[in-house]
Design a protein around this ligand. Structure first.
Ligand code: FE2
Length: 280
């Protein structure tokens, strides 16, 4: 009698025509016999020459399998092995992708010590708001990417402007205000990011149409961008700047309420307030 471990070790299939005749069955098999199984075939699932699991097929008849069955099951096992390997590769690829996005995102935030960790925090606020608003996992995944990349257009902005204490000149302001469009341009060649580009491009639009770059209004601003706008402002207001200390949460809440309907989508503000236990 071979155990599943042995099948993995030897890499060869095993056919037991009469389970009841095998002495010292391992406990799993004893259980199967109790359930009425009388014979079984077990085939290793091979990935790149290595057994990573066992496909076990049982029958409630003795000697139920023919050599043809064995060869068919071997083919199925090989398909399963390929599918498992593909799924592992996909997971690896996903991890590589999100890891690369994170690295990119933190490298932008690191341009100024005042914005270190900003995109990561904005993403976390945005995800909480979106969950509160009932968005599904797919939407959350896109919002996560959009949050991490929303300021990628700052990559070409001089650190001196980002770090400038006090008011910016009109020209400096113009440069800063180019970052959403620049971000959209930077991401535009990446096929997988097409859906999040509008969120990057419009995260500084105002709900009443007085934001930039296009002055979009209300529902014309993509919902993810409206969420990012609130999340972005929450983090920006809370963070210290060279010229001022960060605001406490109660002041941030007051400011969001004041600007709901003008700068921010009131529904998104409401979603945020719920995440901090303020239902008003
Ligand atoms: Fe921004």
């Amino acid at each position: 009698e071979t155990t599943a471990t042995e099948i993995i070790e030897t890499g060869s299939p095993q056919y037991v025509p009469y389970l009841s005749e095998v002495k010292d069955l391992p406990s799993l098999e004893r259980h199967l016999v109790k359930e009425g199984f009388m014979s079984h075939i077990r085939i290793p699932l091979m990935v790149k020459g290595e057994a990573i699991g066992v496909l076990s097929i049982g029958a409630k008849r003795p000697a139920a399998f023919t050599p043809d069955d064995l060869s068919l099951l071997e083919k199925i096992a090989s398909q399963i092995g390929i599918a498992m390997e593909n799924s592992r590769l996909l997971t690896d690829l996903d991890e590589l992708f999100i890891g690369t996005v994170r690295a990119l995102s933190s490298s932008i935030d690191a341009k100024s010590r005042w914005t270190a960790g900003h995109s990561e925090r904005v993403t976390q606020y945005a995800l909480k708001i979106a969950k509160e608003m009932g968005m599904d996992d797919m939407a959350l995944g896109e919002l996560e990417l959009a949050g991490l990349l929303h300021d990628i257009g700052k990559i070409g902005t001089y650190e001196a402007i980002l770090d400038k204490p006090g008011k910016l000149t009109e020209e400096e302001l113009k440069l800063i205000q180019q970052h959403p469009s620049r971000g959209a341009e930077i991401l535009s060649p990446i096929k997988q990011l097409q859906d999040i580009i509008p969120c990057v491009k419009y995260h500084h639009e105002f709900y009443n149409g007085t934001g930039y770059p296009e002055g979009l209004k209300g529902e014309a601003i993509p919902i993810y961008a409206r969420i990012l706008a609130v999340a972005d402002s929450v983090d920006a207001m809370g963070a210290d700047r060279p010229y001022r200390k960060g605001k406490p949460m109660e002041d941030i809440i007051a400011e969001l309420k004041r600007c709901a309907g003008t700068q921010f989508d009131p529904n998104v503000v409401e979603g945020f307030l719920k995440t901090v236990g303020d239902g008003q």
